[in-house]
Design a protein around this ligand. Sequence first.
Ligand code: ME8
Length: 686
Amino acid sequence: MRPFYVTTPIYYVNDRPHIGHAYSTVAADVLARYAKLRGRPTRFLTGTDEHGQKIEERARELGKDAKAFVDEMSPPFDEAFRKLGCAYDDFIRTTEPRHEEKVQALWTLLAEKGDIYLGEYEGWYSVADEAFITEMELKALDEVTRSKVRKVREPSYFFKLSAYTDKLLAFYEANPTFVQPIGRFNEVKAFVREGLRDLSVSRTSFTWGVPVPGDPKHVMYVWLDALTNYVSALGGPAAPGAAPLFDRFWPPSADVVHVVGKDILRFHAIYWPAFLLAAGLEPPTQIFAHGWLTINGEKMSKRLGNFIPPGPLVDELGADVVRYYLMREVGFGQDGDFAHRQVFARYHGELGNGLGNLLARMVTGIVQKSFEGVVPAPAALGYEERELIAIAERAAAQAASHLDVVAPHRALDAIFELVAAANRYIDRTAPWALAKQGELERLGTVAYTVLESLRWLSVMLSPFMPEKTAALRAQLGLSPLTPTEALDAWPKAGDWGGLAAGTQTAPAAPLFPRFDPKDEEAILERLGAAGTKGADAKTGAKQGEQGVEAPKAEKATKKSDEAASAAKQEKSVSESSGTIVFDDFMKVELRVGLIVEAEAVPKSDKLVRCQIDLGEEKPRQILAGIRLHYAPEALVGKRVIVVANLPPRKMMGLESQGMILAASDTEHGLSVLGLEKDIAPGTRVS
Ligand code: ME8
């Protein structure tokens, strides 16, 4: 199996760790845990970026020696990430000798190649972003960042970035998924196509950095230093055979994904591959640039005092709830909002009512009472069981394919389809009634089917919630998962039945105990979020994407203004017109359906009986009052939108298992809602 290496940005130690840092690191941890589960040799790196003018100045402001300052500021990052359950293999600090040596080695390779020359830099330098910026970019900056911009004129070494314009474009062409999401890749390409200027890669006006080999008056530009961490942590650059980790986990041997925020895409997608190409090394496989988080609709800023440290959240809710929320709330790649009240909404809804109840209903409710806590053997499988197994198989296949392309939010969507389906299955098969009637054989089948679904869920959710899934497995009587290299543990079609009948379950406290509203308010109070709005004020992931041109401070500010005003607008709408919250909308399960059969219902002039493929094991029968507007045969082959979670309803003695959406007006009559593209049957509409 192909090795996998995933990294986070290394974080500047001028500040304390906050939820934005946690976001990138948790995402990388999920990817690493997933790869390990699939049996891939996996390595996961995070760390801290400790050189540069910004940090030197911060230490000076505090009256501290720079080294003493970074030694004090780096460990809290490690602690915060560990507390979030992030299981990296290495934590690199750029002040470590193992790193500094390799930065100098990379410099030497670039110099030997003839790509470095001595000149003079005259222009603007943004200390906040540690970036050389143009006059135009300067104008676009917000006030705070602009106040930290310096006019610089100093001797400087330059890297011949201009010589890499065409090489980079050719590289992008040959690697069409090098940057994700694709919209951001297009912006990178457009930027490079404009032509690149040589890049200043050393500074002489301060000393807190890695000395340039042979000319120690210069320290290296902090981004050349920082980017090198991805290889220095593997012992590279190094000749083949000299650094086993580098040989194993850097291309061409491995797939490498750098998870970064969109604010630092330019450095990763342009400078970094250019340095590597110049040094004769392969660039990473992919840069995934995720979006920007606001907090309760506001930009995180010192002024607002809303830098949310992850620690107190973890103390109150546990690491897994925070991890789950971060991965679930915002489409990975899009901007979004971290809203404290929304954490509770998801906690109570999907985790408590969805997953937690499923477990409790079965393990504590049925298995304990009717089977003395022992997993029963299933008897003959009926349609309901086969349907649930098909849903489990589909969820597993879809979740895997989403995780393969770094779409953790979509993977969770797919996985929670199984949670919902298993709960529906319980509702439909009514195990309590079976218990009452003493139908133990049938009850055994139902219990087994739910327990096995829970086992599948414990595997698929383990990258997201390692602790909770271990607790879930313990209740099922299973030991924690131990990913093994070369052994793919992801559930697949044909794996159904892995839970051994006879296993002794171990009912325990609820996985996601309920907080009553008073407790919830008390927690919010302690987290300093009592005055924040609920889910209806959330700005969500609807915001546009940002370009790569402008430095990050400007982007974040502009974005947050939009976010804040969007939040305000949404709030006033919901207060004045009784709109529903987003979660209520999501309760309606809209799906793409393909009409495979349609016939008129005898004795009815309105009803058409349709068989609609919803991606389930067999088509559903749905009755629709559309005969006056559509000839039944004209409906066959149409894709329609179906409300898929309505209770079955009888019409003219026939059961209808859903509803087709349609609109009508007097001019056109009725039209069923369709799709412009052939989206697969069963796909959720949202
Ligand atoms: O840029 N939303 O470090 P940094 C989402 N040292 N992600 C956020 C975020 C937010 N509001 N705030 C921060 C640096 N992040 C350099 C990196 S890499 C070789 C050197 C995350 O401390 C996001 O991943 O400013 C962003 O890219 C990173 O923290 C910036 O961290």
